[in-house]
Design a protein around this ligand. Structure first.
Ligand code: AMP
Ligand code: MG
Length: 350
């Protein structure tokens, strides 16, 4: 097509909330507040709310994210850290209430994804060094260690849950909720806003977001931008309650001997999933959208469609490492491409 190949290679999507229509807010005010949470920038936008309510709501959401971050960290001393220590014993224990609902949800989504979304691979994630945010360049982990962890087959289905009691039948299970907690947290934040009587809002964590209500007379309009240069490559309008999440190979990675290794691990091989560059999913709730974006990234061009069906996902855009775009017809209908990919493959309907 017309664009130069190196640009196409960079046609990786980072969904970013660009409030395309927010500049001309002659009507009710738009309140925005940005803070650090989950190791990323979180932006809360409220439309049509008075200043006092907006301030109270922003403070509540920020406090909620701070709490979630400390509770769900897989290694630091906190609830999930403690759960991981106890899972390794194989004994029953009482799970903290801050963690249990996440595990139930994550287990269900993991099974739907045929274990491509697999939060039980915490040991692999840690071996690769992606548990601490950015990783310095250096060699990948030794192949035999990777093989050993893959052979132990840690899975969410190894967890027994009875009431609040929890145990793992497989000592290899270590939980890492990095592919899912952000979505789950955004859902909790939206619940909190709704309880405060707020109907029109976006909670955006580093480009992954959930929107409720409308922006005045218009729906929320979201720009999908190229992360490597300014500009919107596609735009999409979100319905009254929708989330849009992207998993991309550009988010966290390191280079060794001219090869780039990124943070989304294929649980079947123990290595970074190799075929996808980014996957964008639109779904109602953010937790499902987050888990699905990761699962479909691992599934790649060959298996994204069957995995989306199994997870009940209706809108997908996958860009492979060659710059080809894959999407279902319903996604094609609502997305406005502004920078053409190498080739576009439209699938069967989902
Ligand atoms: P995301 O950006 O939502 O796709 O999540 C990626 C993060 O989830 C990584 O940084 C790891 O912490 C973790 N992770 C990596 N691979 C997987 C996988 N196959 N299933 C579940 N979590 C994963
Ligand atoms: Mg995810």
């Amino acid at each position: 097509m017309h664009a130069r190949p190196h640009l196409l290679r960079h046609w990786l999507l980072l969904v970013s909330m660009l409030l395309l229509s927010s500049a001309c807010s002659r009507e009710a005010p738009l309140h925005q507040h940005t803070f650090l949470g989950f190791g990323t920038l979180i932006e809360v936008s409220l439309y049509g709310t008075d200043a006092t309510t907006a301030q109270r709501a922003m403070a509540a959401v920020e406090a909620e994210f701070e709490l979630m971050h400390s509770v769900w960290h897989p290694w630091q001393p906190g609830s999930l850290g403690r759960v991981n220590t106890l899972l390794a014993t194989g004994e029953w224990f009482s799970s903290p209430s801050s963690v249990l609902p996440l595990l139930v949800r994550a287990r269900q989504l993991s099974q739907q994804s045929n274990h491509l979304f697999n939060p039980a691979i915490g040991k692999l994630v840690r071996l690769w060094g992606f548990d601490q945010g950015e990783r310095a360049d250096g060699p990948p982990p030794p192949a035999d260690e990777i093989r050993r962890l893959v052979a132990a087959m840690p899975r969410m289905s190894d967890l027994d849950i009875e009431g609040i009691r929890l145990r793992s039948r497989n000592p290899a299970v270590t939980l890492d909720l990095g592919a899912f907690a952000k979505g789950y947290g955004i859902d909790l934040a939206i619940d909190l806003l709704r309880e405060m009587g707020i109907d029109n809002a976006i909670v955006n964590a580093g480009g992954d977001l959930r929107a409720i209500g409308r922006h005045g007379e218009r729906p929320w309009r979201i720009g999908i931008r190229n992360p490597h240069k300014p500009g919107v490559v596609a735009a999409v309008e979100l319905g009254a309650d929708e989330s849009i999440f992207t998993s991309g190979d550009y988010e966290r990675n390191f280079t060794h001997a001219g090869r780039r290794y990124h943070h989304i691990i294929d649980p079947r091989t123990g290595y970074p999933a190799s075929a996808s560059a980014s996957v964008t999913v639109i779904h109602t709730d953010a937790a499902t959208a987050d888990a699905a974006a990761t699962a479909l990234f691992v599934a790649g061009p060959e298996r994204w469609h069957e995995t989306a069906r199994a997870m009940g996902i209706k809108y997908v855009l996958l860009i492979d490492t060659e710059g080809n775009a894959y999407m279902n017809p319903a996604m094609q209908q609502r997305i406005h491409l502004e920078q053409p990919p190498q080739n576009i493959f439209i699938s069967e309907p989902l």
